[in-house]
Design a protein around this ligand. Structure first.
Ligand SMILES: [Mn+2]
Length: 492
């Protein structure tokens, strides 16, 4: 039998425009539902086999009929109802009612009550659109309130520990950190700073994975490499996040905060510990804290956490729990999805990422203009990608990234300043020295190396050359953009 399945009720349980309901079986559950519907001014017909119950419903001005829902005839009276809720505690009677309605060809939307997983399957098989198992519902609800109660309790504890840990907080990821670990550190840093601390993120080993380097570079996450135990002296407190391979002796006398989704191999003594094996990433845990603290995450924190969750669950394909999904849903509107996509799709070659890293490092900002030298390069296209990316930095409207390859200086610029025609600006500034061109939002320049200095290019004076070139290009650009000095151009 093919039926059009209608869904008049939305997931949140709000009642839609449907107006004609029937409730079959009016015990405590049926009665509670009837009350809600009537409060919404819905037309509700109630069937129950218990005479005295029907009488008392009628006393309350409810439209109730005494009928046994297990009898096939009883369903005739609900033929014109759009939604039928079969809610008696007699599951056998519920089954009969469902099959009677469907056997008569009734296409109503049916919600039926089961008592266990077996009857749940049976009722579905018989044609109920939604089947509810009350014990599951109660268990779910109990667990949910437990979860939120526990989170509230833990959040208070964390706040207390942060309050006591004044000064410099060192947040340590696991060795050769994953994006889950880095993202968690970034979020804890934001939470710590909100509580008046200065927090530094550090790691041991390498950020090995190419995607993880992209992640760190694209989001401009600052990490320090922890090379020496002596480095620890300057910090007043230590937090370990997502720290499976913890080497705790490194952090003696003691750890202040420990947050992970996996049980550590060795016991870790910390003032505050939150280990949740029931979620799939530490980023999920940190997201829950942001929510609990009512902290709207910055774009960087949110993008980092969402990436942390997605990569740890392999894009929700591995051991994903509802908490991971609700955390992701919470982060979604705060996230920079373009950046997320760039991190996830390795469209950037490793060299592009290196160039971007270099460009971020050596950037110089004047006003809203950014100029950066990427050094010696092989891939010229990477300059444009880097310039495009740097345009996302806060407060930046114009970017120019240059590098040297084959005795030429290559420069790529981007602008989102509508008053500036960057292509024209480059032409005006560099046309005499080389090739320059572009449009209002982007432009490129190629200049033979040595033109600024008159020095012949050879291996020995390469470094000097690079330095002098860099100076000259930066100065010329900033001056053309109208900053640094008076020799300005309005750029067209
Ligand atoms: Mn993890």
């Amino acid at each position: 039998m093919t039926r059009t399945v209608k869904h008049p009720m939305s997931v949140e349980g709000t009642i839609s425009s449907v107006s004609r309901y029937a409730i079959l079986g009016c015990g405590s559950v049926g009665y509670a539902v009837a009350e809600e519907l009537i409060a919404e001014n819905k037309d509700v017909l109630i069937l129950d086999k218990d005479e005295s119950r029907v009488e008392s419903l009628r006393d309350q001005d409810l439209n109730a009929n005494q009928l046994d829902i297990a009898e096939p005839e009883s369903v005739e009276v609900v033929a014109d109802r759009e939604v039928v809720l079969i809610l008696s505690s007699d599951i056998e009677a519920n089954k009969k009612a469902v099959s009677s309605i469907r056997e008569r060809g009734g296409e109503q939307f049916i919600v039926a009550r089961a008592s266990d997983p077996v009857t749940k399957d049976e009722l579905t098989e018989m044609g109920a659109d939604v089947v509810i198992n009350p014990s599951e519902v109660i268990a779910d609800s109990a667990l949910r309130s437990l979860e939120s109660g526990e989170l509230e309790y833990k959040a208070k504890q964390l706040k207390e520990v942060l309050k006591q840990a004044s000064g410099q907080l060192l947040i340590v990821t696991h060795n050769n950190p994953s994006s889950d670990s880095i993202a968690s550190a970034v979020a804890l840093q934001a939470i710590a700073e909100e509580n008046g601390l200065t927090a530094t993120i550090s790691y041991n080993g390498d950020i090995g994975h190419h995607e993880n380097r992209a992640f760190v570079n694209l989001l401009g996450i600052e990490l320090t490499s922890l090379t020496d135990e002596k480095d620890l002296v300057e910090y007043d407190s230590v937090a370990l996040v997502d720290h499976i391979d913890s080497e705790t002796r490194f952090f003696e006398p003691h750890v202040n905060i420990f947050i992970d989704h996996l049980e550590p191999e060795v016991d870790i003594e910390a003032d505050f510990t939150d280990i949740r094996p029931n979620v799939s990433s530490t980023s999920t845990i940190l997201t829950k804290y942001l929510q609990e603290f009512d902290l709207a995450p910055s774009e960087i924190v949110s993008t980092a956490l969402l990436y942390g969750i997605r990569s740890e669950t392999v894009d929700f394909k591995r051991e994903t729990t509802p908490a991971d999904l609700t955390a992701a849903a919470y982060l979604y509107p705060f996230t920079d999805h373009d950046t997320l996509e760039q991190v996830e799709s390795p469209s950037m070659s490793p060299e592009t990422l290196d160039i971007l890293a270099e460009a971020i490092q050596s950037r110089e900002v004047q006003g809203s203009h950014l100029v950066s030298n990427a050094g010696f390069i092989r891939d010229r296209d990477a300059l444009g990608q880097a310039a495009q990316h740097l345009l996302k930095l806060e407060g930046i409207t114009t970017t120019a990234v240059f590098g040297i390859a084959d005795d030429q200086i290559y420069l790529s610029a981007r602008s989102k300043d509508i008053r500036m025609d960057i292509g024209r600006l480059l032409e005006d500034t560099f046309a005499e020295m080389g090739e320059a061109g572009g449009q209002s939002t982007q432009g490129d320049v190629v200049i033979p190396l040595g033109i600024f200095t008159g020095i012949e290019t050879d291996e020995e004076n390469r470094d000097t050359l690079l330095q002098l070139t860099e100076e000259a290009v930066r100065r010329k650009l900033f001056s053309a953009m109208g900053v640094e000095g008076t020799e300005s151009s309005n750029g067209g």
